[in-house]
Write a protein that binds this ligand. Structure first.
Ligand code: NAP
Length: 286
């Protein structure tokens, strides 16, 4: 029951109305029996600093940060975890003992979660897209000790920046989507991760439902694991196509839930919520 002692955790972003985090996080907080609720607060760029400053002064126990603020909050945190520094994005914050914001990133662990039980060390991987999520995915693949990571993107400048960022850590190469080598890479990949928004349930992408078009996928083989970060629709057109080819598929809902579990743990100094509690709340809602 919400009372005058109830405090809160907030999601800060713009827009936030589509977010599934309040559904799964409130289920988790209820499971833990904490006198806390989780709300979504839309926040424009120009208001970010004053909103975060004000939240320090009221009963706010933690934050999730989403698009477009994941990089901008760096300047507003007094301490930042090594993993957030590595991927250049903060998605979870809490107040430290000096009442200053402390930031971390739980997307890397969230991404790894469904892959941990699979034996993919030393295997070949492809990452599609070179935006924010691709950084967490690449860091996750480095942590899982993949042998090669080929990033395929349509955007040369973000591709170059991304490959430079992870230089010397692993055999990582960038390719444009029209590169002649793309078909060979697809054929030989053990794992392909889509980090582009193509296939999302939005009219903007309805006509172009396969990342880089359907022909791009013609050499996909049935031994490849296909992981799509998109969770709505579930399955995405890409995952439906891959499953038909006989591939193992993973949807983005698992990553979403797992990064949320890690955020809860950060806010509460280590409390754990079973995956099913948050996952079932979402399944019921969707
Ligand atoms: P982002 O920073 O905007 O990056 C998107 C990337 O996809 C960019 O490289 C972009 O290239 C490329 N792209 C966009 N439209 C494309 C198209 N029509 N064809 C080919 N490439 C295209 O976005 P993000 O934060 O990385 O998020 C990407 C996706 O991952 C979103 O769908 C998001 O919902 C999902 N996501 C899911 C989770 C989860 O927990 N499951 C977590 C994070 C993100 P340009 O630079 O040329 O536009």
């Amino acid at each position: 029951m919400i009372s005058s002692n109830t405090s809160f955790i907030a999601l800060i972003g713009n827009p936030v109305s589509h977010s599934l985090s309040p559904i799964m996080q409130n289920a988790a907080l209820q499971y833990l029996g904490l006198d806390l609720i989780y709300i979504a607060i839309p926040c424009k760029d120009e208001d970010l600093e004053s909103v975060l400053h004000s939240l320090k002064k009221i009963n706010c126990k933690g934050l999730n940060i989403t698009i477009p603020h994941k990089e901008k909050v760096f300047d507003l945190c007094s301490d930042i975890s090594p993993i957030a520094n590595k991927v250049k994005a903060i998605n979870t914050m809490k107040l430290n003992s000096k009442k200053e914001w402390s930031g971390t990133n739980t997307d890397v662990e969230g991404f790894i979660y469904p892959l941990k039980k699979l034996n993919i060390a030393k295997k070949k991987s492809i990452v599609l897209g070179s935006g924010g999520a691709a950084r967490s995915v690449i860091q996750g693949l480095i942590n899982l000790n993949l042998s090669t990571i080929s990033v395929i993107s349509r955007n040369k400048s973000s591709l170059d920046e991304l490959t430079k960022n992870f230089d010397n850590q692993i055999q990582l190469q960038g390719f444009l989507d029209n590169d002649n080598q793309a078909q060979n890479l697809i054929q030989e990949a053990d794992l392909i991760v889509n980090t582009t928004p193509v296939g999302m349930k939005e009219s903007k992408y309805e006509k172009n439902v396969f990342p880089y078009g359907e022909a791009f996928w013609r050499s996909l083989n049935s031994q490849t694991i296909v992981y799509d970060l998109i969770y709505n629709p579930s399955p995405t057109p890409l995952l439906k196509f891959s499953a038909k080819k006989g591939c193992m598929t993973i949807d983005g809902l698992k990553m979403l839930v797992a990064q949320g579990m890690k955020s809860i743990s950060f806010w509460t100094n280590g409390l754990e919520v079973p995956f099913e509690i948050m996952n079932n709340a979402l399944k019921k809602y969707l």
